[in-house]
Design a binder for this molecule. Structure first.
Ligand code: GDP
Ligand code: MG
Length: 283
């Protein structure tokens, strides 16, 4: 039975989460195809049109709660093992229709069940975004039955900063992101206690924390209604950065199976686990 990998994207409403997931889908399906036919991997080509998770302009919410892509995508890892990759889209946190409790539940549940939680933010990692994040993961940790005798409760946290502007100081992509994150998460004795606590908690709860800085995707994407998924309409710089970032997260060298209580799980087990947790958050 293949091991399961669960990739979740969470964060505020209308900040391009579903849009990002379509790149994940495009990459994974093309990777799957190239592995099956033993051909070279091509993706995000000039003529390609993105589709998949619905994305759209405007302010009406259209992703409610937690949304799984309809099927797992089978990827062979570099060690020759088969992984079933599940993609998870979540309801925007802090949109006008959800209560704080709902946001917290969606975020906590998606963090518990994922091997990678992508926290999508725009422009910067603000202090309030870190505070919400730490509250949500603390809530999630408390909901987990087992105390953590199996190491850290969560696996990978990836900050994805959209429309990053300060590229004079930090370059786009993973390198700039790593420096930027180090700066954001650093602690020192002069800081107020609450600032330190949030940072220590994140480091204590996640095995690994990464950060990617992405450029603005171009006016055709950001302008209402005009983007139809055509890759040639993306700003070239944005496309280049995604071509590096997505394989870094989802490539055969980098996929990490979901670990529950110290063990890998199958897809079926994962769905069962998911339902149990969803029920435990109900009411
Ligand atoms: P979600 O609510 O976070 O899932 O956001 P969507 O993926 O539905 O995207 C909301 C809007 O933002 C759409 O019109 C997208 O075309 C646009 N968008 C997507 N990615 C970006 C980005 O990186 N920067 C900007 N400025 N707009 C984006
Ligand atoms: Mg969405």
């Amino acid at each position: 039975m293949p091991k399961v990998v669960v990739i979740s994207v969470a964060g505020a409403f209308r900040k391009g989460k579903s849009f990002l997931l379509n790149f994940f889908l495009e990459y994974l399906y093309n990777l799957h195809k190239s592995q099956q036919s033993d051909s070279s991997l091509e993706w995000l080509t000039d003529d390609c049109q993105l589709h998949g998770f619905h994305w759209r302009a405007g302010v009406k919410r259209d992703t409610v709660g937690i949304w799984l892509w309809g099927e797992p995508i089978m990827i062979e890892s570099v060690t020759g093992e088969m992984f079933a990759v599940l993609l998870m889209d979540t309801q925007g946190t802090f949109d006008n229709n959800s209560t704080y409790q709902q946001c917290m539940t969606v975020f906590a549940l998606s963090t518990i069940v994922s091997s990678v939680q992508v926290y999508n933010v725009v422009d910067n990692i603000q202090e309030d975004a870190l505070q919400h994040l730490s509250l949500f993961v603390e809530y999630g940790r408390m909901a987990m039955e087992q105390p953590h005798n199996f190491g850290k409760p969560f696996q990978q946290l990836v900050f994805c900063v959209r429309d990053f502007k300060n590229q004079e100081e930090y370059e786009f992509g993973e390198n700039g992101g790593t420096d930027f994150l180090e700066n954001v998460l650093q602690t020192n004795p002069e800081q107020p206690e609450e600032i330190k606590v949030v940072r220590e908690l994140l480091r204590e709860y996640f095995e690994d924390i990464q950060c990617y800085l992405l450029p603005h995707p171009g006016y055709k994407v950001a302008e209402r209604q005009s983007f139809r998924g055509h890759v040639k309409d993306l700003r070239p710089l944005f496309r280049e950065e995604l071509k590096k970032m997505v394989p870094n997260l989802l490539g055969p060298h980098n996929l990490k199976p979901k670990i529950v209580n110290g063990k890998t799980v199958t897809c079926r087990k994962m769905m069962q686990y998911f339902k149990e947790y969803a029920a435990s958050f109900d009411g």
